[in-house]
Ligand binder design. Structure first.
Ligand SMILES: [Mn+2]
Length: 292
């Protein structure tokens, strides 16, 4: 009997392989977390919890991704966030520039800032779809403009980012609503209470520009889910989405994913690896839309 786990559903190649259309990187960095650290442990836990001995390599939609994903390993953080940010942006631009779709596991949500910056290498307008309990729209947070509470603000300041659409938000306050007004026509906020328990695509709340074929970077902050489904996050907020709603969005949107990150998995607060397994599952289904 083999007792070694098969990381990430058995989807990973044995080495990094630039000829594969899909690539996966772990970003174990929590240098932008505000209160509770520990999401640096997230990617390692996601790799192991979504164990290929327990889960097979075929998506719900019937696409077998066994060994189909280039394993880029772990991008270790540098000693300062500024250096980490530069490293992450450079590494990600290299991957995207050679035509691979990049799938990343964080780390805290701050890692999405350099990943979003890296999409500039594609030379086209990119749409960000952000699934999150929080709008992350502070201009700065506790004196830190790179905080995970400022992710959307930093992304909206990038000229190659055409739009940011947030789904599942339930913590919009006055300070962040003020910032939202700085980006008319480029920021859409679909709150959890707008979607309810139904289909996100059929809610009619998404901007028209997010039609099938739109070039999208998908960023999933795991706190978008109700804490019943994803307890292992730093800032759990009741009243969130359920996994079916998000898997359906991934499968049915028809977006052309240039990449995706799943962030804010905090193993120390998880229960039975529920959150880590969900993270692995989302990455797997999204990879299927690129490969399929
Ligand atoms: Mn976030």
């Amino acid at each position: 009997m083999i007792d070694h786990p098969l990381p990430l559903g058995g989807l990973l190649s044995t080495d990094s392989d630039p000829t594969l259309p899909l690539a996966f990187a772990a970003l174990p960095c929590d240098q932008s977390s505000s209160i509770r650290r520990g999401s640096a442990e997230g990617p390692g836990r996601i790799r192991l919890a979504y164990d290929g001995r327990v889960y097979n390599s075929t998506t719900e939609t019937g696409i077998d991704l066994s060994g189909a994903v280039s394993d880029l390993g772990s991008w270790e953080p540098e000693t300062t966030w500024e250096a980490t940010r530069r490293t992450y942006a450079g590494e990600a631009a290299g991957v995207l520039g050679q035509g691979q779709a990049l799938f990343a596991a964080g780390g805290d949500h701050g890692v999405t800032i350099p990943l979003g910056a890296a999409t500039e290498v594609l030379g086209e307008q990119i749409h960000i779809v952000q699934l999150d309990a929080h709008p992350d729209l502070y201009p700065e947070y506790r004196g830190d403009r790179w905080s995970h509470a400022c992710v959307a603000t930093r992304l909206l300041e990038m000229e190659h980012i055409s739009t940011v659409t947030q789904i599942g938000v339930r913590t919009l306050n006055h300070a962040q609503a003020e910032v939202a007004r700085r980006f008319p026509g480029r920021l859409a906020i679909v709150e959890a209470r707008d979607v309810g328990g139904g289909s996100i695509l059929e809610s009619g709340d998404l901007p028209d520009i997010l039609r099938p074929g739109a070039k999208v970077w998908l960023t999933v902050d795991l706190d978008v889910f109700d804490p019943a489904f994803a307890p292992g996050v730093a800032h759990p907020v009741p009243g969130g989405l359920n996994p079916r709603q998000v898997i359906e969005l991934i499968q049915e949107s028809g977006w052309s994913l240039v990449g995706m990150d799943v962030v804010e998995c905090l193993p120390a607060r998880d229960e039975g690896d529920r959150t880590a397994v969900l993270a692995g599952r989302l990455l797997h289904e999204a990879m299927g839309t690129v490969a399929g």
